[in-house]
Ligand binder design. Sequence first.
Ligand SMILES: [Zn+2]
Ligand SMILES: [Zn+2]
Length: 108
Amino acid sequence: MQGQKQKCAECNKEHHEEYDRFFCSKKCQDKWDTRYDWQQDHSRESNKGAICPFCEHEHKASGDYPSLYEENTTEFDCENCHKTFEVEPHCEWTWYSRPLDSDYPEEE
Ligand SMILES: [Zn+2]
Ligand SMILES: [Zn+2]
């Protein structure tokens, strides 16, 4: 949008046009990139529940952890090492298909 100044994603200072993305300086861009890589390196994926990226403790998805079923990314406290990490639930689609009732082969 014209007239609206972009803010640096890292330090919230005014965006500098020299940087094509959303940073004010090379320093901020590097900082952001480095942190992003670190996050990727430490991310865990499981279809059973939330795994703590610090101690690998697995919090099995169940009624005990209602926040694991929220649609948005939420912060989660590890019950083993008590560090906080982010959890982003992903829903997997499943398709069930079956014939129509009317196609049931009736016996003579
Ligand atoms: Zn900045
Ligand atoms: Zn932990």
